[in-house]
Design a protein around this ligand. Structure first.
Ligand code: SAM
Length: 249
């Protein structure tokens, strides 16, 4: 049965490539890749000779039709992005949606994802969390977004790049306050992997004082806003209230 495989690739350390990912990429007829030049290195490293076609945000609509036609002719296809799990702040949504709507089988080949890796080491509550992806590039838009994120009581996360990390942290301080607890996961699985936890003010200071700490790729995790304490009622009053409630018409 022809299948679209959505294949995760490493977020830095090539050892995180799964044996199943290698096997699937070798066996499909074609690999749809966000950036074929970038992915060529990965495929060469693992001796994968499958042809690639580009599939990125600017051609995804067209390529989805092309790939759907191939799937309907019986070919299997794999989708990869530059790093980590496709569709997670990466292209692939249009393709998966199109293919699924036509009843073609879509199968995940899971692996690395920066969001999940960061959450797993953050020490923040992970029973519930919210992922915003990338924040707006402009400070005004970013602050507006931070205002709505700032009231959530669950952990939340954003992706951030080296160019904007300091500007973003300044907006965090302004909107969320200097004391909000955050965890910055940088360059995970790579040589300069660092995880810095502290208040916005503390983390900002560390980055301002060491420009090396501003380099690379970041996941910023933010502790949820404090839950408003519910007023506590002593057991006798609670019992009385319950009885009074039952008397109500
Ligand atoms: N699809 C990818 C995934 O599964 O994580 C994310 C792709 S998104 C275009 C790239 C962003 O992911 C980076 O700007 C950074 O925020 C985050 N990221 C990717 N690799 C990372 C790493 N090794 N350490 C920290 N953050 C990373």
């Amino acid at each position: 049965e022809s299948t679209l495989f959505v294949v995760s690739t490493p977020i830095g350390n090539l050892e995180d490539m799964t044996p199943r990912a290698i096997e699937v990429l070798k066996q499909v007829s074609v690999i749809a890749a966000e950036d074929t030049r970038h992915s060529r290195k990965l495929l060469n490293h693992f001796g994968i000779e499958t042809p690639m076609i580009p599939c990125h945000e600017h051609n995804e609509r067209h390529q989805a039709e092309v790939l759907l036609a191939r799937l309907q002719q019986g070919d299997s296809v794999a989708l990869i992005s530059d790093a980590g799990t496709p569709l997670i702040s990466d292209p692939g949504f249009v393709l998966v949606r199109t293919v699924r709507e036509q009843g073609v089988k879509v199968v995940p080949v899971p692996g690395a994802c920066a969001l999940v890796a960061a959450l797993s080491v953050s020490g923040l509550p992970t029973d519930r969390f919210y992922f915003e992806g990338f924040l707006p590039a402009k400070s005004s838009g970013r602050k507006k977004k931070l205002e709505s994120l700032g009231v959530m009581t669950n952990t939340w996360a954003v992706y951030e790049s080296t160019h904007r990390i300091l500007d973003s942290l300044a907006d965090f301080r302004e909107v969320l306050g200097a004391d909000r607890y955050i965890v910055l996961a940088r360059e995970m699985t790579k040589t300069f992997e660092t995880v810095i936890a502290g208040t916005v003010e503390e983390v900002e200071k560390i980055l301002q004082e060491d420009s090396n700490q501003c380099r690379g790729e970041f996941v910023v995790l933010v502790e949820g806003a404090a839950v408003q304490e519910e007023e506590t009622v002593d057991p006798d009053t609670a019992k009385l209230l319950k009885r009074l409630l039952q008397e109500l018409p």
